[in-house]
Design a protein around this ligand. Structure first.
Ligand code: FAD
Length: 386
């Protein structure tokens, strides 16, 4: 279809990638976000090869390589510092045809913002929309409106527009664990600079991966009941308690973090939901399929959404509604399967059934590195760009 004007709500990874893809396809695009200043939630993200391939197609491959970390190995160690598995990522890179890139979120957001050849209107909170059949109007809290041929709701886990599309409210589901994350200066005293290091035990994780700018993105996971909180100045003490007796490297990491710049969040997911589209309005990214971070696929799925949506708008010519229905069919199957797979993995890692977590620790000791990379390749190759 030609000459479409598209309104996107949300300037996160999903909204920005979609905006870039649609502009590249020749459409008019306007992006709106409720915040006055864009600041990504979270410090880092690992973009697996399926996400990177979408960026390659948008001409951002070199820029991504410049801000991404060189992650060549993945190493699992126990909380008693026993080496469980040391996995080369080369077979994976060869199999899927693209290396993954861990990246600082601010760098990724900056790159996407610079690549979007249009304006992102900030301070614009969308509160609803009206679908007139031949066009759709987004309504903002300040009384402004924006009208286009279609509306993309890329407004995240607590999407304002989702209830209008589903006809019902859904509460994000607590995944049963808290995640702390941030950035520290990379140092060989903490981990080899080309390695994703993961310490596991007691249903918890402590991890570091290299991102651009000679930094490690770190995270800690601990299963906790819903509703706990800790002021930033007490975060190091909290982590020291949860990880007491863990290897010296983990103690050093806790000492080196900046608690005021460490995020502490309860992990949620959404779905699977059956409806991504209503008329001329489509959910995209976390608004449609919030995914626990245990496969590192949530942001990559938002990028796949961008690719598939653009593909159907460009290549089908019956109607906007028809193109969106095709997008829904393809993305529902793929993204919902990832939501469920990530949920199962989150349970396995965080001791929902302790004997299953014990089996996983055992499996990590015995598994061939190729089995690990083959499993990751399978997830990556299930995406739209092979
Ligand atoms: P968001 O990034 O949430 O963006 C939504 C935007 O919409 C926001 O800017 C918000 O301000 C705006 N908005 C909301 N409501 C309105 C409104 N009413 N009007 C206007 N604007 C509005 N994914 C990976 O691929 N790899 C990883 O390694 C990875 N690690 C993760 C680690 C953690 C701890 C977490 C929590 C997630 C992780 N993810 C990862 C998932 C990834 O972060 C998300 O899937 C991704 O950021 C979703 O992007 P989005 O654009 O859909 O939503």
């Amino acid at each position: 279809m030609y000459n479409l004007k598209i309104i996107i709500i949300g300037a996160g990874i999903g909204g920005l990638t979609t905006g870039i893809a649609l502009k590249k396809a020749g459409y008019q695009v306007e992006i709106y976000d409720k915040v006055k200043e864009l600041r990504p939630a979270g410090a880092g993200i690992s973009l697996w090869s399926n996400g990177v391939k979408v960026l390659n197609k948008l001409g951002l491959g070199d820029k991504m390589a410049a801000i991404g970390g060189q992650m060549n190995q993945m190493q699992y160690r126990s909380y008693k510092d026993e080496l469980l598995n040391d996995i080369s990522l080369q077979p994976l890179i060869k199999e899927v045809g693209q290396r993954p890139y861990p990246v600082a979120r601010t760098d990724l957001q900056q790159m996407l913002l610079e690549a979007f050849p249009g304006t992102v209107k900030l301070g614009s909170k969308c509160v609803g929309f009206e679908d007139f059949g031949d066009r759709v109007t987004a309504i903002f809290e300040d009384g402004n409106t924006a009208t286009g041929d279609l509306l993309i709701a890329a407004d995240g886990v607590r999407s304002t527009l989702r209830p209008y599309i589903l006809g019902t409210e859904i509460e994000p589901r607590y995944a049963g664990y808290v995640n702390w994350n941030g950035l520290v200066k990379a140092s060989e005293d903490l981990a080899p600079k080309n390695t994703w290091m993961i310490y596991v035990g007691e249903h918890k994780r402590a991890s570091m991966m290299p991102v651009g700018g000679d930094r490690f993105y770190f995270f800690f996971d601990v299963p906790l009941p819903k509703g706990t909180s800790t002021p930033p100045e007490a975060i190091q003490k909290e982590l020291a308690n949860f990880f007491s007796g863990w290897p010296q490297v983990v103690q050093n990491l806790i000492k080196q973090i900046n608690p005021l710049e460490t995020n502490r969040l309860e992990i949620h997911d959404i779905g699977p939901i059956d409806t991504f589209v209503r008329g001329r309005v489509a959910l995209l990214g976390d608004a449609a399929h919030t995914t626990t971070p245990d496969l590192g696929q949530g942001g990559c799925q938002a990028m796949e959404d961008a690719e598939v949506l653009t593909h159907y708008l460009l290549t089908t010519n019956i109607s906007v509604e028809d193109a969106l229905k095709r997008y829904e069919k393809e993305r529902k199957e793929r993204a919902n399967a990832i939501v469920l797979k990530a949920r199962k993995r989150a349970d396995q890692i965080h001791g929902k059934e302790p004997e299953i977590t014990q089996q996983w620790y055992q499996q990590l000791r015995q598994e061939s590195p190729l089995d690990v990379t083959n499993a990751i390749s399978k997830t990556i190759l299930g995406g739209p760009l092979h």
